[in-house]
Ligand binder design. Structure first.
Ligand SMILES: [Zn+2]
Ligand SMILES: [Zn+2]
Length: 346
């Protein structure tokens, strides 16, 4: 039996274990992908420490995956060995009401790579062919991996908020997702993109990639700065990517009349809203945004291929699979100020 290296979560709360496991067999409508790059996401830390639950143990984590088609199942059409692809991480049924209404992120039968199914911290992964999207040669594998989550998640959130030309947009949290949210908001036509983070270096990068103003709450008063930058009107859209009660409330308060707040950061606590003051008086909207949809992929890939979306600053660290636990620790402790850390395979 052919085997491969995989970094597996065997026990919650413990480091991932490098194991030799069988190479998966692609089913008739599946592709066997030779993994080239898999991004390390904060969710992987949550699966590892048990804050979010995986549904099987042991499991190979990793949901931000790009690679090359190694083998096609007998009924697969449209792909050949050697094709460069990135993978939509939700394996959906393609058949339910949600799948049929472009809301496949809510497919009632969805299973997630690296959470419910073995993922990409391994040399190979098998996925339905409909989860693979071709990527052109000018997008390196490590950047293509990010498209599937670090780019697609804020893309979906900004689409949920229906950003209009001329809007002012506040992005809270300039990490692996926020740095792309800044760019996507400007591509969508925001006239003002305000980046907020506690890290000065991240804010500098945000400026380089299109933020028109930055706010560091360590030194700047948020409310004062929002009032100054928007002439007292508040922002049209706030995207919250951190998931703290404080930053969610700040995001809502930063929006003006008819303003929309999209919450992406995972926050399991109550946020203490006053419906009259916080919502009704300004006709504000609060939206949640989860994951992304298949239909988001071709647009993002096209934007990256044409250089409209600059992913050149997004991968700050590349590590071999053997160093996966160092990568998880680095992200957890924000050592060396990572944007995205990617596991790469030769
Ligand atoms: Zn993720
Ligand atoms: Zn479905």
């Amino acid at each position: 039996m052919e085997t491969m290296k995989a970094a597996r979560l065997v026990e919650t709360g413990k480091p991932l274990k490098l194991e030799n496991v069988p190479v998966p067999h692609p089913g008739k409508d599946e592709l066997l992908i030779k993994v080239k790059a898999t991004g390390i996401c904060s969710s992987d830390i949550h699966y590892q420490d048990g804050r979010s639950r995986v549904t099987k143990l042991p499991i190979t984590l990793g949901h931000e995956i790009s690679g090359e088609v190694e083998k096609c199942g007998e009924e697969v059409q449209g792909f050949s060995p050697g094709d460069r692809v990135c993978l939509f991480y939700l394996v959906t049924c393609g058949d339910c009401m949600m799948c049929n209404s472009s809301k496949d992120n809510y497919c009632s039968n969805a299973k997630m790579l690296g959470k419910n199914l073995d993922g990409g911290f391994a040399e190979y992964v098998a996925v339905p062919a409909r989860n693979a999207f071709a990527i052109p040669d000018n997008i390196p594998f490590s950047q293509a991996a990010l498209i599937t989550d670090a780019v697609a998640t804020p893309f979906h959130a900004l689409k949920r908020a229906a950003v209009q030309v001329g809007d002012s947009v506040l992005i809270t949290g300039i990490g692996g997702l926020g740095i792309h949210a800044v760019q996507i908001a400007s591509i969508m036509g925001a006239s003002q993109v305000i980046a907020m983070d506690l890290d000065g270096q991240k804010l500098e990068l945000a400026k380089k990639l299109g933020a028109t103003a930055v706010i560091n709450p360590k030194t700047d008063d948020l409310a004062e700065n929002i009032a100054r930058l928007t002439k007292g009107n508040g922002v049209n859209v706030a995207v919250e990517l951190i998931g703290l009660t404080k930053t969610i409330r700040q995001s809502i308060e930063a929006t003006g009349l008819g303003g929309k707040t999209v919450i992406v950061g995972i926050c399991p606590e109550e946020i203490g809203l006053n419906p009259y003051h916080d919502l009704l008086l300004k006709e504000r909207t609060i939206l949640g945004s989860a994951d992304q949809c298949r239909e988001d992929f071709p647009v993002i890939i096209d934007l990256a291929a044409r250089g409209r979306l600059n992913l050149g600053h997004s991968v700050t660290h590349e590590l071999p699979l053997e160093k996966i636990n160092d990568g998880l620790e680095m992200l957890k402790n924000k050592n060396e100020n990572p944007v995205r850390i990617v596991v790469v395979f030769s």
